[in-house]
Design a protein around this ligand. Structure first.
Ligand code: SF4
Length: 193
């Protein structure tokens, strides 16, 4: 059994926080297990909970279309996971104690993946992984290096659906990401088919 399969199985049985009681599925993550680019959201919504995959609702479809515009896809060259693997009821933000309980799974995913770049989708992920006071509206698109990994926060696709005027700014962040991939990644092949 690969390390990824073992980790996925262990995570699927996790009951380390109260979100285990109301989930339908643990949403572990999806994508290429050799990807150099990791996207991290905050937690599953209703569609993701039902299907067991991150970013599969309307926001996920928007994300996939925007990623395709810069040659990225979850099938080919990136990995997507969340800070918490089980759905917070009512789509509320995951509580700090839920994030604390769950972050070890993301750490283990990151250790297996060893990404060159981590993109935080929205405030919760950016505050957790980049800086506690991160302001997405002001700091999105800016790269910071931590321990040899480049991190960037961008707008959450659900926020873009609520406020489509933000779409151009979010796409500019992805263009900056494409440039950073070309600078620092070793084997990521952008695909435009
Ligand atoms: S949210 Fe994370 S810590 Fe809580 S039960 Fe699910 S997998 Fe375990």
């Amino acid at each position: 059994m690969s390390d990824w399969n073992a980790l996925r199985q262990d995570c699927a049985a996790c009951t380390a926080c109260p979100l285990a009681a109301t989930r339908k599925n643990v949403v572990f993550g999806v994508g290429q297990e050799s990807a150099e680019v990791l996207f991290v959201g905050e937690g599953p919504g209703a569609n993701e909970d039902a299907m067991g995959e991150p970013f599969v609702g309307a926001a996920g479809q928007l994300l996939d279309r925007m990623l395709a515009g810069v040659g990225l896809s979850r099938e080919k060259n990136l990995y997507i996971a969340n800070i918490v693997k089980c759905r917070p009821p009512g789509n509320r933000d995951p509580l700090p104690e839920e994030q604390d309980a769950c972050i070890g799974w993301l750490r283990q995913q990151t250790a297996l993946l060893r990404p060159k770049i981590i993109v935080c989708l929205g405030r919760v992920a950016a505050c957790r992984l980049i800086a506690p006071e991160f302001k997405v509206t002001r700091q999105h698109g800016q790269f910071v290096e931590k321990n040899g990994v480049w991190l960037m926060g961008t707008l959450h696709p659900a926020a873009i659906l609520r406020n489509p005027t933000q779409k151009a700014a979010a796409f500019a962040d992805l263009v900056a990401l494409r440039d950073k991939i070309e600078d620092v990644c070793e084997h990521t092949a952008l695909c435009f088919d």
